[in-house]
Design a protein around this ligand. Structure first.
Ligand code: CMP
Length: 149
């Protein structure tokens, strides 16, 4: 099954939205398999956002993501990448569809509450960056027999 790294960013943590965001993924039927509440070391922030280096928003983004704790998680499920990105919504809150997390709680691009992997390959690479293999918990939700075909 696909896996996605999900980060509740400093704005989501500071605004008290950890529970709300986790509930949305739980309600969707996805399975949480790893979580840690942490301050992001500068080197990890740079590695995670390496693809954006040189862009005008890169330096403020690094400052933002290292400024206050994040909730780093791994979620899995059938088509987890697409399902999670659909629940999260487009980067900018004003472009995200109604009902998505970013539409419902955000307005702009940087302070967009959450990061989710954009492909299976990037998900695997990002999970390897943020978590040790032994930090991923193998288990099954009792709801899965009634949700996963
Ligand atoms: P994320 O999904 O974590 O991936 C890259 C991040 O860069 C993005 O969410 C935003 O937080 C930030 N970002 C993307 N585009 C912009 C932008 N135009 N201005 C400021 N920040 C941006």
């Amino acid at each position: 099954m696909e896996k996605s790294l999900v980060l509740i960013k400093p704005d989501g943590v500071q605004r008290g939205l950890i529970g709300e965001i986790i509930s949305r993924f739980e309600n969707r039927g996805l399975r949480l398999i790893a979580a840690k509440f942490m301050l992001v070391p500068l080197e990890l922030a740079k590695a995670h956002y390496a693809v954006h280096q040189g862009k005008p928003f890169y330096e403020p983004l690094i400052k933002f993501i290292t400024s206050s704790p994040v909730m780093a998680m791994v979620w899995t499920g059938p088509d987890a990448i697409a399902a999670i990105r659909q629940t999260v919504g487009k980067t900018r809150g004003t472009e995200a569809a109604p009902g998505t997390i970013r539409h419902d709680f955000a307005l702009q691009a940087r302070l967009n509450l959450i990061h989710a992997s954009d492909s299976v390959e990037n998900g695997e690479a990002e999970i390897a960056l943020w978590f040790k293999p032994e930090e991923l918990v193998e288990w099954k939700r009792c709801t899965e027999d009634w949700m996963y075909e």
